[in-house]
Design a protein around this ligand. Structure first.
Ligand SMILES: [Zn+2]
Length: 451
């Protein structure tokens, strides 16, 4: 049984899908105006692992992650670059897909784009107006937050809390400071769509509401995203769906991942420490970033540190070298059941740090099982030669070189008994021979790897 921490109930509970034959989950995807930063990369990995776990536990999983391709930031950025919004969206989406692949994330089942769901958004806004949860003000349509009794139920913020100390300037088209935009006018030549309220664009929150409803229905199992989306984005999505379709519970479980820090500090524009995933991938393999992300529990903050990355690279290298010693190709698959302790850790609210420490134990005890579990987490995507150093035979100790050469000669004369004996002698000395098309190479295996 999988247990997950529901952000709304604020507790860990058994995960019971609405329909155990078909688990449904929705993750808020990127607004495609520029490359994602490492903070946005974390949910890609977290929810990829969750989808892998759920696919292991249930016959079918429908995983939806949207692309927000309408937004003021897209319009602004396209104008700066003097290209069309379509061109910016196309290029940025392609870069996002390449980023996801570099992180080892499997493709999602549906990737709806906001521009393809305008009719559904407009229909939902019309329902909200008809039910007196939304009002038209000039050329805007706003959601009246006070009309939803449980507004704040997800984030734990009551309307009163939000007023105290708030110094937000209230736009003149709003009746109340808490009301939020469902539809706004598009000026002159700006990107826009025709609607009953004139040419305009949808608000961000209604996009996700309409897309999840269209693809997963009024009630679905899991809604995920970064912790920074709890308020206002997810609170508002929930208000829209529950008010448009009374009796609907919307998402039954809410999952949020913690934020990413850089060297102990919050990433922020003012500190100038935003790191794009691209910049991180220039320095480290995607697999190592994925390993780092899984090394912290998803609900906790994650600190991206140079020292931790170095440690991660070494840990991964040890695992690859262990596979090499066991004669196992990292990418070959085995039909063996997953290690029980490993699976128990993942089923317990995705305790990936514990699952990774189990992986380290398996490296010593059972490399075949380690490979199986590592692959389950999306690891071991590279080849041994990419990760483990291979030394040229000519570069070191003459006594060893002599033995390697003797073994090569024995092989040439098909004296395999002698060749095998020499290989075993070398291995006992901590030397592993690797036969390549260019001849034999060898490398030292450190003592802790032999043990
Ligand atoms: Zn969303």
């Amino acid at each position: 049984m999988v247990h997950l921490f529901d952000s709304m109930q604020r507790k860990k509970q058994p995960f019971k899908p609405i329909n155990p034959d078909r688990v449904t989950m929705y993750l808020c995807g990127p607004t495609v105006y520029g490359d994602i930063h490492i903070g946005n990369a974390r949910p890609i990995v977290v929810f990829d692992v969750l989808s892998r776990l759920l696919r292991h536990e249930f016959p079918e999983v429908i995983y939806v992650r949207n692309i927000t391709d309408i937004d003021d930031k897209i319009i602004q950025r396209a104008a700066e670059l003097q290209i069309s919004t379509q061109e910016l969206v196309r290029e940025t989406t392609a870069r996002f897909h390449a980023d996801c692949a570099a992180l080892g994330a499997l493709s999602v089942d549906h990737e709806p784009r906001a521009t393809e769901y305008l009719d559904e958004m407009i229909a939902m806004i019309e329902i909200l107006i008809a039910r007196d949860h939304a009002y038209v003000s000039g050329r805007h349509v706003l959601f009246a937050s006070a009309t939803y009794d449980d507004y704040g139920g997800l984030s734990g913020r009551s309307l009163d809390d939000q007023v105290v100390g708030a110094r937000v300037e209230v736009a003149d088209y709003k009746r109340d400071a808490h009301d939020f935009v469902l539809w706004k006018p598009a000026e002159n030549a700006q990107l826009g769509w025709d609607s009953p309220w004139g040419r305009g664009r949808p608000g961000w929150h209604i996009e996700c509401s309409a897309m999840s409803k269209a693809l997963l229905g009024q009630d679905f199992d899991i809604h995920g995203g970064g912790y920074d989306l709890v308020f206002p984005h997810h609170e508002n999505e929930r208000a829209q769906n529950c008010c448009a379709y009374p009796g609907s519970g919307f998402a039954h479980t809410w999952l949020h991942n913690g934020l990413v820090m850089v060297e102990g500090e919050k990433m922020s524009k003012s500190l100038g420490n935003f790191i794009t995933l691209r910049a991180a991938l220039d320095q480290y393999p995607g697999e190592a970033l994925r390993f780092l992300f899984l090394g912290s529990h998803y609900r906790k903050p994650l600190d991206y540190q140079r020292a931790k990355m170095q440690q991660t690279l070494r840990t991964l290298q040890r695992m690859y070298c262990r596979l090499s010693e066991a004669g196992l190709d990292p990418q070959e698959t085995d039909e063996i059941p997953l290690d029980a302790d490993f699976l128990t850790a993942l089923r317990n609210d995705m305790n990936t740090p514990l699952a990774l420490s189990r992986l380290s134990s398996l490296a010593r005890q059972n490399p075949r099982q380690m490979r199986c579990c590592g692959q389950f987490l999306g690891l071991f995507t590279r080849s041994i030669s990419e990760v483990c150093p291979v030394q040229q035979s000519t570069m070191d100790d003459p006594a060893i070189v002599a033995k390697v050469t003797a073994r090569e000669n024995a092989r040439k004369t098909k004296d395999f008994a002698t060749a095998d004996l020499l290989r075993a002698e070398l291995l006992a000395q901590g030397i592993e021979i690797i036969d390549t098309p260019d001849g034999a190479r060898w490398r030292k295996i450190s003592a802790h790897l032999l043990g």
